[in-house]
Design a protein around this ligand. Sequence first.
Ligand SMILES: Nc1ncnc2c1ncn2[C@@H]1O[C@H](COP(=O)(O)OP(=O)(O)OP(=O)(O)O)[C@@H](O)[C@H]1O
Length: 276
Amino acid sequence: MTLLSATGLQTVYGEGCSRCIESTGDRAGTNQCPHCGSVVACAEADLSVREGEVLGIVGESGSGKSSLAEQLALERDPDATTTGMVDYDGYDGNLLAVDYETRHDLRTSDIALVHQHIRDGLNPEFTGGGNVAEKLLSAGWRSYEDVRDRVQELFEATEIPVDRMDDPTSTYSGGMQRRVQIARALATDPELVVLDEPTTGLDVSVQARVLDMFRQVQREEGVACVVVSHDLGVVRLLADRTLVMRHGRIVESGLTDRVMEDPHHEYTQTLINSVI
Ligand SMILES: Nc1ncnc2c1ncn2[C@@H]1O[C@H](COP(=O)(O)OP(=O)(O)OP(=O)(O)O)[C@@H](O)[C@H]1O
């Protein structure tokens, strides 16, 4: 069943003009409007995410992946530069237009974002356990025992040593901090997790372990996920379906195996050839 479906997602940085959309994108070969200089980070983006599925979004740096992901994770305030329609199972109307309180509730309980940069997602001065507990407290959990038990459960699931729970997050390794971000994202049993560049800043061997852990937890929990990465290997490992972005547009989409083995778009072929 479809959990989320989005149509016409668009983020423009700058004033924008009536010619921005026609003058940018894959055919134009740029995401910058030659008439007004605004950057069309993403436009005309339609996508859907089914319950429990992993959707990958891949593309080179600047192709608009994070801008799209931020919209899906309700990170951007709706304004003239961020438009589109998001239908979310169980909610009436456009999710991008909900009031502040509903947005806060959704982000606390239903839709979680794992930020690309660890500094954006965690407070380094809090303990690792505290960073996860904070999410539970903001969702209304009040019992100290329940919070502590849940944090311990999440530490175990994400393979963080439980005996480090009360140490400051700043003393954790990069891989452990990424795991704390994931534990925090999963804390309230969300239906959708958006992971933005989950391997940024991690050594290759640590990347593999974090991705394996995430794949296992994602399957066990049955949580739907949008994974954004410039790294085809990450998307190939995690995603059931994949979207390819270029110059702010989705240029190809399909089952991940099909996209990787029989890419239709010239740009996807180049991306794949560049890593073989
Ligand atoms: N706050 C901003 N102001 C102006 N332009 C921006 C802003 N944020 C992003 N952009 C531009 O929007 C375009 C898309 O950026 P975005 O971060 O969404 O791409 P990305 O594919 O996620 O790239 P990366 O992998 O490097 O994060 C880029 O050209 C970027 O320079």
